[in-house]
Design a protein. Sequence first.
Length: 609
Amino acid sequence: MAVHVVAAMALMPVSGQPYDLAALTGASEAWLRWGFPLLYNWKFGFDLSAIALGAQGLRFVLEQLGMGGAAALATAWKLPLVAANLMVAVTLLDLGRLLKVRRPTLVPVLWLLSPVSIWVAAGHGQVEPLMVLSFVLALDLFLRGRPGWAGVVVGLGVGIEYLPGAIVLVAALWLYTAVLGRRDALRFAGGGLLALLACFGPALLTGVGRSSLLSGLSFTAGVTANSGRLVAGQAAGSSSVWAVFGLSPGGIWVLVAVLAIAAILVAVARRSLRQPELLERQRLGVGAAGGLLLCLVLLDPGALPQFADLALGALCLVALTVDLSPLVIIVGPLLQLAGGFFYVYGGSFQSYWYDMWYRSGAPGWSFPQSPLLANISERMGALVIVAGLLWVVTRAAVPHISMARARLRLPARAIGLTAAVAVAVSGSLFLAVWSLQPTFWSGVGASGPAALVDFPGITASRQGVTPTRDGVTHVSFGPVLVAAAAESATAPTTTLSIQARPLLLATRAGSPLAAAGVVDAAVIPDWSARAGSVHSVWVSLLLGRKDWLTAAAAESRPPRLRAGGQTVAASSVDWLVPGWAMISYSVPARAISATGVVDLSLAGASSQD
């Protein structure tokens, strides 16, 4: 715990993804500052909103104590996540004692020392620690004879993310194998329903909440169904078993995951029915919970580096029931996470440590970046986990392997445990030392920049439609934004100032204005005062082509933007109506002149643009 807390305290004020932080805390800040609906574009439960509101209150306290706004908000948001990590360790210890594990302290020590749990909570600031906590705490409450409270924990976990709902399958398994009685199952269901009502009831009572929840669920379902198509040609960013073999499963991965989970439940149920001891059936249920979570992580083609925290938690649960090597628990998830450091996060964390350090011109120590190394690291992580589990199964199925290993058990376990602890401590020390660079901490004090809520992003809508009637262009926004504007205490306003008229002169794709050779200038007001704290600027252009009749056509060949002499690839393409799309670019701040003027043109544009 001491190692975990010290490393976390070093990371919390100076690390984090600014866009993710804005998404998780922006709604609460907009509500507190301007009365904007708290649940606008919010697909999560009210319990996560409560955590965000608590973080805003703690942020105010930290600012009064002398911290800068960005550092104060990062610290306030991450404190509950670090606390969740500590609670996971305590709960794993209690689970180990309830299951009569021979060394109940081993698994929680590995959890606390792992750089994965430290980084995801105190570095990235993602909610995965809360999901792991809901898994292990619900299981612990089951074993302690408190199924109603277990249901409450699962319901609150679903309010934060939907994965904890898998505990329902474990409850059904235990009901089937006589670990739970019918009355206990009803208590579990009742506690879960009450928690779900508390989490999602507030959203269902308002128009903006209902629209936001529905759109969020639709978005999640779409991402889940299409994440399998992200593997083909992907440079990095997936640590699934599909990526190991270079496969692109498409939407079929969901079916494969369901079949794998069903196979685990059937196998565990058959073995449980042959076990006369209640303790053995309980152990099998805990192991099944870890197996379910591992299936969801390893079979998700869109698995992100921070999902390694879920793999770590799942392996800890499995290790409470079988003799799993400590090296597998530490090295597998760490390799999955390392892919993010080798490619996704950037060699100097320029995109990961707040933009406020861009102002100093010293982004910190850097190390080589390699998409190939990231690919190898992520896939090796998945292979280590799968190989470790297969070795456990093989050892149990082939008696002479177990007998041979028994003669080498003590030295092998000592060497494996020592190596695992060495790797874990080294990784955690790396994170702590990296985060203690004076370059980063110079912005933590009161002179550091304030955290800016992404309010323009909240009030804007990229799903708007721009039809032209009688020579006049009309912009209409989606129902979620309209409902939010109606319920907001301070009505949001949209201000558009543009000096690029030739690019926007054409109103019909059938009679285009050739964009080739056209150069326009956009002016950013007060740039001299803002430039020091800005890393990049979003530029969105409304462009038309006669062949953009579908979204796929628009996304297949978006033009590049030439800004201030630099060529920038498109970041996103939002197809609006046939012939028209909104193309967005991330323009580096260095492409903008000291007076705030940036020349814009389309690179490689033709008469069709």
